[in-house]
Design a protein around this ligand. Sequence first.
Ligand code: NAD
Length: 374
Amino acid sequence: MTSFTFATAASIRFGAGRSSELAAAVAALGSRPFVCTGSDPSRHERLIDTLPGVATFPVSGEPTMEVVRAGAQAAREHGADVVVGIGGGAVLDAAKIVAALVTNGGDPLDYAEVIGEGRPLAVPCLPFVAVPTTAGTGSEVTANGVVTSTEHRVKVSLRSPSMLARVAIVDPALTLECPPSVTAHAGLDALVQCIEPFVSPFANPLTDGFCREGIRRAGSGLRRAYDDGTDLAARTDVALCSLLSGLALANGKLGAAHGLAGPLGGHLGAPHGALTASVMVEVCEFNLAHGTDAVVARYAEVAALLTGRDDPTALLDWWNESTAELGVPGLAALGLTEDAIAPVAAAAASASSTKGNPVAVTADDLAGILRRSL
Ligand SMILES: NC(=O)c1ccc[n+]([C@@H]2O[C@H](COP(=O)([O-])OP(=O)(O)OC[C@H]3O[C@@H](n4cnc5c(N)ncnc54)[C@H](O)[C@@H]3O)[C@@H](O)[C@H]2O)c1
């Protein structure tokens, strides 16, 4: 029997130029906006300057526990009544967590999954407006924020339906200046986020539709966006893939590639998308070898959507060619060494993403996937 729940941002505005609607969207939610943005706030100065009463908080790299604690403190001091994230997935996640901590109080570890107490966020978060400037994470429509614990060497989520954005503005024009490496890593992550929910046992008819369109869009746009960053049509394809991937992962589940990427990111500090892309072939091989006929048929459909060939090996070939063409370094180049394999595999075995894998995996299975990916 088909049965599912679907939840997303209250309003999604997609299209080139739509970021001009930011000021009105924010004004409808509050008068003391607190903007999290990247390490170089001048990159989005034009947008930030449209917001009266604004305070900005730069986020460098992927957010740590220390960064989100400092962000929540700064937002309280500003008297923030609405939080805006303008940046990549790292910035959007920091902003979401800040919006949660301001109203709920306490420490991120009170609410964090896996390494924290995992307490529910009992109080609604401050309203959050998401403006992604990379095309890759779909964080603008997901109900979790990822944060790194440098102490535990792992990335974990805070998760709550009230972390969903009140408004998500996805303007592909904001991604035009993304350098090729960011385009590649983020875009491949979006594609993995469309493939994993599609082969997951938690797939449902809504997420299936999003995944199919997202996979098609990545197939047509990703290499073009990498080759020519100014190609707005290609950028639009990848931004749509990213948005659809967020809708899919938030309402279906991910899989072992993302289960591994969390602890790999905590250990290596390498770009999230490069990590998911680097383990994808071996995760697919494992699932094809151990999965049911239905799982194999799902991979064949992914291959057909991407390459026109209804054969899972076409997906593996496409992946190897594309990661080479997009300059994605392998796991060894990203810093993985033999001694890190066992702790990364053990952490990945208990990661929430791994539970969406179409085949049950043990820590030993995950260690094998890592070794073969090296
Ligand atoms: N919450 C979720 O649902 C979810 C899903 C997937 C990934 N994530 C998280 O998202 C993060 C990865 O996000 P990402 O791939 O967007 O990378 P990122 O946010 O780390 O950004 C990558 C780099 O691109 C730069 N950048 C951003 N926008 C730019 C622009 N328009 N022009 C030029 N440079 C720009 C940033 O300054 C940064 O140096 C990870 O922390 C990952 O864990 C969260």
